[in-house]
Design a protein. Structure first.
Lengths: 519, 41
């Protein structure tokens, strides 16, 4: 039993949806921190090299795999890999894509809800009056339920914003590709860019907010991000940070691009659309993301304090230091509202993409209706998020984020590049990407996709395995009291992965039976 | 510290590549769309 597959209503809608999938919180929070701490302007050299050698090639590959799978009514990893590689194992390897998308969606939906909550707190001036970084962090931790604070009575408020976010996500997913996801992208993406441009203009026109501290200026903030420190280019960590950033920012290695591309018509272009998607994401990241958080923080707090804030991680920068700045500028509540709402738009356009792949799996492989797949995924995500919410302070979310949202992505990307370029065949893959193309992709990308992209992904994976994955696996820096929760996260991930393997087995068995009956 | 000349060069370099790529790809998309509409009518 196959449902008629949905299709994109317009090309712009498709590009905005895929760009929306790629543009996430990391564009505005992770990128400036990475650039500032890895050589400033010099960071852009490895960044662009990896954009050309890993980002764009993998983007085209994922579009190619997705559209190819869509021809056979498959929009998720297992079905697509099964078509690309005639081997019983292939579909099970595709479970990796479902795994990463599902796990990331579980915690990302909750993080996304914080941005909605903080946009409300900005417009209602809830945090106005808190005048230092520590009290703002306490406000954030109180909201998240990580600490008992005078600001919140438990996590009721946080939970309400989570429920709103959750309902919005699943309402969009229920509406489908053209009426839900595409419509959302057509509203959210222009709004996101308008808000980001308004805030960026406000930032560059701030000058030196406090004349008694001339060193705290926007110019110094831009200098902090962009002045190059070439000596850091000798450090392999800087190159790997650039590779990682490119990889995360384009939302590669999750199976979400495959899912969206599977709804593209077989004769439609993917080469130009893939390029436009990457360019849109980079515009949001480098031009806008690089012009807001760090320059603003330096203008108000100076370089030393901004460095300390950035070392606390992207969330401290976004949720604790930015609100302090909004308190200090005229009409700050409106800028705060726009800042957090743009992060919310960046988040929701990404989380629906994660959900779409899993729903495509249920619809394509089990013949589920849209309603049934929405309810099934909705119930699962709702239950799974409860552990993220209530175990947040014990490192449960961080554990999911590392294995699914960091390491899992590079593993899936490496596997898919090998399957597409080496098993399916480089010439066939190249002709799939170029079929119906509106631009001529230079032939050099054929060799990059075949040799360089998988090799670089392998190097990144090995580096991460040695430097991060093994110490994290051995829980070297985990507090004693958090160990049971880390294990709970691991058991949950294993159950999800094994669950997907069993579902794949069941789906293909069912298909064999149906095929046999039909014959 | 300030924004040094080398920093400005890198901003122009990075913004130039990205804005150029964005304008190129969307210009192409809209040009093709216009052509399609023309040929249909």
């Amino acid at each position: 039993m196959q449902n008629k597959r949905d299709q994109w209503g317009s090309r712009i809608g498709l590009i905005l949806a895929v760009a929306g999938n790629a543009v996430g919180l990391g564009n505005f929070l992770r990128f400036p921190v990475q650039a500032a701490s890895n050589g400033g302007g010099a960071f852009m050299i490895p960044y662009f090299i990896f954009f050309l050698l890993v980002g764009i090639p993998l983007m085209w590959m994922e579009w190619g795999m997705g559209r190819h799978g869509g021809k056979y009514s498959h929009g998720s990893g297992p079905g697509i890999f099964d078509v690309l590689w005639i081997n019983k194992l292939a579909k099970y390897i595709g479970a990796l894509g479902l795994f990463t998308s599902t796990i990331i969606m579980v915690y990302y939906t909750y993080i996304e809800s914080w941005t909605l909550g903080f946009s409300f707190f900005s417009i209602s001036k809830e945090y106005f009056g808190l005048d230092n970084f520590e009290s703002m962090k306490t406000f954030l931790y109180g909201y998240q339920g990580r600490a008992s604070t005078p600001f919140f009575d438990g996590i009721t408020i946080s939970y309400i914003f989570f429920l709103i976010t959750f309902i919005l996500n699943f309402w969009v997913l229920y509406r489908g590709i053209s009426k839900g996801i595409e419509k959302l992208a057509k509203i959210a993406m222009p709004m996101l860019f308008i808000f980001a441009i308004i805030i960026a203009i406000r930032v560059v026109t701030l000058g030196t907010p406090d004349p008694t501290h001339p060193e705290n200026s926007v110019a110094n903030g831009f200098g902090f991000i962009w002045n190059p420190d070439f000596s850091l280019l000798n450090n392999p960590k800087v190159w790997l940070a650039a590779a990682g950033q490119i990889f995360f920012t384009l939302s590669l290695g999750m199976g979400t691009i495959h899912a969206y591309a599977s709804y593209v018509k077989p004769k439609d272009d993917i080469a130009l659309s893939g390029l436009a998607t990457s360019a849109t994401n980079e515009f949001a990241e480098v031009v806008l993301g690089g012009s807001i958080a760090i320059p603003l923080a330096v203008a108000f707090f100076g370089i030393a304090t901004t460095t300390a804030m950035a070392q606390g991680g992207s969330f401290d920068l976004g949720f604790a230091s930015m609100p302090l700045v909004f308190e200090k500028i005229p009409f700050g509540q409106y800028f705060g509202f726009m800042w957090f709402l743009l992060l919310f738009f960046a988040g929701i356009t990404s989380s629906v993409a994660m959900g779409q792949q899993v729903m495509a799996f249920m619809e394509d492989e089990f013949g589920f209706s849209r309603k049934k797949s929405t309810i099934t995924l909705g119930i699962f995500i709702f239950i799974a998020v409860q552990f993220v919410i209530f175990f947040l302070k014990f490192g449960y979310l961080d554990e999911l984020d590392y294995w699914a949202g960091t390491f899992g992505l590079v593993v899936f990307a490496l596997v898919e590049s090998i399957i597409f370029m080496w098993i399916f065949g480089a010439e066939k893959a190249w002709s799939e990407i170029n079929s119906g193309a509106d631009i001529k992709i230079p032939r050099i990308f054929f060799y990059i996709m075949k040799y360089i992209t998988p090799l670089l992904l392998l190097l990144v994976m090995i580096w991460w395995l040695i430097n991060d994955a093994i110490p994290i696996l051995l829980m070297r820096s985990v507090d004693e009291e958090n160990i049971p929760y880390i294990w709970a996260a691991r058991i949950f991930m294993i159950l999800v992965f094994v669950g997907f393997l069993l579902l794949i087995k069941l789906a293909w068995k069912k298909k064999e039976v149906n095929h046999g009956t039909a014959n | 510290m300030g924004l040094q000349t080398s920093g400005i060069i890198f901003i122009i370099f990075a913004f130039g590549i990205i804005i150029g790529l964005t304008v190129f790809s969307f210009y192409k998309i809209f040009a093709i769309k216009k052509e399609d509409e023309k040929s249909r009518s």
